[in-house]
Design a protein around this ligand. Sequence first.
Ligand SMILES: *[C@@H]1O[C@H](CO)[C@@H](O)[C@H](O)[C@H]1NC(C)=O
Ligand SMILES: *[C@@H]1O[C@H](CO)[C@@H](O)[C@H](O)[C@H]1NC(C)=O
Ligand SMILES: *[C@@H]1O[C@H](CO)[C@@H](O)[C@H](O)[C@H]1NC(C)=O
Ligand SMILES: *[C@@H]1O[C@H](CO)[C@@H](O)[C@H](O)[C@H]1NC(C)=O
Ligand SMILES: *[C@@H]1O[C@H](CO)[C@@H](O)[C@H](O)[C@H]1NC(C)=O
Ligand SMILES: *[C@@H]1O[C@H](CO)[C@@H](O)[C@H](O)[C@H]1NC(C)=O
Ligand SMILES: *[C@@H]1O[C@H](CO)[C@@H](O)[C@H](O)[C@H]1NC(C)=O
Ligand SMILES: *[C@@H]1O[C@H](CO)[C@@H](O)[C@H](O)[C@H]1NC(C)=O
Ligand SMILES: *[C@@H]1O[C@H](CO)[C@@H](O)[C@H](O)[C@H]1NC(C)=O
Ligand SMILES: *[C@@H]1O[C@H](CO)[C@@H](O)[C@H](O)[C@H]1NC(C)=O
Ligand SMILES: *[C@@H]1O[C@H](CO)[C@@H](O)[C@H](O)[C@H]1NC(C)=O
Ligand SMILES: *[C@@H]1O[C@H](CO)[C@@H](O)[C@H](O)[C@H]1NC(C)=O
Length: 664
Amino acid sequence: MRSFLSLSSPFLWAVLAAAQYAIYQPKNQVIYGGTYLHLTASTTAAPAFTNAAAYDPTVLNPPAVPNPPIPTSVPIQLQSSGVSSNVSAPVNGAFMGISIEMSVANQVLGKNSSLLQVAFLNLMSNLVERAGWVQVRVGGNSQESAELVSSLPNGTMLAKDVNNTSGPTSTPPLIYTLDLLYTMGNISKLTNTHWYLGIPFIDAQNVSLAIVEHGQTILGSNLLGFQAGNEPDLYAAHGHRPSTYSQFDYFGEIGTLVQQVANDSAISNKNNLFIVPSIQVTWTPESVWNTGIVSSYSNSLYALAVERYPDDNCAALYPSLGAPQNPQDIFINYLQHNASTGLVSSYVNSSAFAQQNGKPFIMFETNTASCSGFPGISNSFGAALWALDWSMTMAYNNFTAALFHVGGQNAYYNLFTPPPSNQTKYGAEWTVGPVYYSALVMAEVLGPHNASQVSDITQNINTPIYAIYENGAPTKLALFNFVTDPTGASTYNAVISIGGGSTGQSNATPSQVQVKYLLADSVSSKGNFTWAGQTLGAALKSDGRLNGTLNVTTVQCDQSANTCSIPVPAPAFALVFLTSGSLQAVSPSSTVTFPTSATTNTGSNIYIDPSMLATAYGHSGMENIRGATSPGSLSGASTLHTTLSGALAIFVSALGAVVVAWRW
Ligand SMILES: *[C@@H]1O[C@H](CO)[C@@H](O)[C@H](O)[C@H]1NC(C)=O
Ligand SMILES: *[C@@H]1O[C@H](CO)[C@@H](O)[C@H](O)[C@H]1NC(C)=O
Ligand SMILES: *[C@@H]1O[C@H](CO)[C@@H](O)[C@H](O)[C@H]1NC(C)=O
Ligand SMILES: *[C@@H]1O[C@H](CO)[C@@H](O)[C@H](O)[C@H]1NC(C)=O
Ligand SMILES: *[C@@H]1O[C@H](CO)[C@@H](O)[C@H](O)[C@H]1NC(C)=O
Ligand SMILES: *[C@@H]1O[C@H](CO)[C@@H](O)[C@H](O)[C@H]1NC(C)=O
Ligand SMILES: *[C@@H]1O[C@H](CO)[C@@H](O)[C@H](O)[C@H]1NC(C)=O
Ligand SMILES: *[C@@H]1O[C@H](CO)[C@@H](O)[C@H](O)[C@H]1NC(C)=O
Ligand SMILES: *[C@@H]1O[C@H](CO)[C@@H](O)[C@H](O)[C@H]1NC(C)=O
Ligand SMILES: *[C@@H]1O[C@H](CO)[C@@H](O)[C@H](O)[C@H]1NC(C)=O
Ligand SMILES: *[C@@H]1O[C@H](CO)[C@@H](O)[C@H](O)[C@H]1NC(C)=O
Ligand SMILES: *[C@@H]1O[C@H](CO)[C@@H](O)[C@H](O)[C@H]1NC(C)=O
């Protein structure tokens, strides 16, 4: 959905300034393929907000039922204890976290520290109740030139500096006040949220360390670390660095940064600070490790990280990249287990390397596809199954966390989307996407004990299966069915045996197990998702609380045969709790929620100051910057075109003309 800038828009003049800057910068001319810039604008009326990507109605056809059909009976033999091989290192329950593009932080978190978004609090609270805490990154491309300012009008904490668009990205830099950090701190006080931030790395010779200085003071132990550079392997392509910029230059910049921190008396904690290198696919992780960056700066590093999307929809943003891919043709790519195992293979060396160096290894930004995702895929039930399979594959391969990205109104893949700014009151009318359900389920898959070890025991790419162990004993089974088949012919039974058989152990299958299902009619469904019977509502209808009666299915086992048969419909995900303790650990006895009325919350003594919860219209500072989000990064296919942050995108047309348009 595109609309062109109105000539009367004040933002247009920012765009014009940016375009002129690009013309006169030789390195940008290279990026634009040597074409000259030609600006077009039209006064076409803006479409209604609900035409934005986040509410796109495209529904695809589910991929065909596999031929040959999937086996309908799948024997699964588990050992009852002593399992120590083919399992991951222990994984934290908060493994699946959230990455929020900095430019939309005021829409997602709240207008400011005294007007928090209640739905966001509820959405975090759901995860915290299951995993104990939640990890959230505020950053992305828009962090790279963000500048701390002392104040903004009307209690605004974040804006775009439309008066100051000069800069290599040709986008207005973000400006924010300390109140952004207070907002994050206030959220942490209400629900156990821990944060990642990013330092602005656009000029690595003399970075502003203000976010480190104040982040440490304001967020304290709720602060996890700071990204030092976001996708530095794309800096040259994006015009932030000379074309010769290499892994060794990046290594040198981290050295400069470490020295700057050492000299900064306002930074009290100088160790375990930075997250590097957060590359996409232009550099291999090994080529960065080979610079010696980790051994050289070990004390300064909090974690090692990469970013990866399995595909990109950039051609939909940049016509010169050719015809956009047809989502229907590539839907199947998300609905087979080899999608995840293929993607993870580039990182197996690196997760072992991180373990050897005693550092976490984080997938810092991922989702179905960069450049906003694909309509019909990124917002379908299939995406929920894909994100769960991808998360469990990363966990099995010793990633320690994975952050799924949230853009703005113009992204298809959001875990959740706040209502369009002018359309509603704060608190309700959010849209909860399929990938949020994945995060909810993943929190239960791993639970709060910090001890779950994941084992991939998949036998068929259409039906991934994982066993979860704690202290060597199986606690849960995760069963997928990627197939859509309303006839019932593709429902399979997982026939579980614990102990007995070939294990040399005595029979240990329990008399019954509990099962929670993640369900929808089809992998292509855009709504009516349920997790154990509960839902987060239809588009523009959620306040972030689970609604409906909890439905946990009890399955009686056959102890004489030492088997337990669990039906898995097509499509579905089933989480089998093999012990009552494993279910209890993820079943909150009471749910802390943050109702829109904001004066009470059920089942808890926590008092929420109603004045902190947003009940007013907001976003005045961003009103002219609709869909203020990053279109994301190219997944590596093209380095000839620049990917820009913000609502602004420059389209290089087939005629060699550059059209500046407004992307929703
Ligand atoms: C580990 O997995 C490999 C590959 O699937 C398999 O060959 C091997 O038997 C497994 N080892 C154990 C102890 O289960
Ligand atoms: C600040 O709020 C006042 C009153 O609501 C409004 O008139 C003014 O335009 C706002 N200023 C900005 C910069 O948003
Ligand atoms: C948040 O914004 C509201 C409405 O503009 C304002 O009344 C309030 O003072 C602001 N709070 C802070 C901490 O700036
Ligand atoms: C931009 O400049 C105008 C005029 O000086 C000023 O009113 C406005 O507040 C400035 N905007 C920002 C975001 O600094
Ligand atoms: C523009 O940004 C630069 C660098 O952050 C800053 O020094 C300068 O004061 C800004 N200019 C305006 C007009 O805001
Ligand atoms: C929220 O943040 C403000 C800083 O703007 C602080 O004064 C206030 O005490 C915080 N509220 C809570 C409940 O932490
Ligand atoms: C770095 O930038 C700060 C202001 O942003 C300035 O005061 C300082 O002199 C600069 N240092 C160097 C070495 O350029
Ligand atoms: C993950 O880490 C565990 C514990 O160090 C190890 O046994 C296992 O082989 C690793 N898995 C992979 C895929 O590297
Ligand atoms: C919100 O803004 C859009 C675009 O300007 C407009 O079409 C729509 O009518 C507005 N909605 C409300 C409730 O003001
Ligand atoms: C959800 O189910 C209802 C009732 O069957 C149906 O009317 C509605 O279209 C469904 N919504 C979606 C997004 O599939
Ligand atoms: C919860 O579900 C019920 C029954 O489907 C519905 O009437 C109600 O509006 C829902 N509440 C919310 C907050 O979505
Ligand atoms: C609970 O879920 C099971 C499995 O999907 C289903 O068969 C049963 O009808 C559900 N019960 C209710 C009351 O919805």
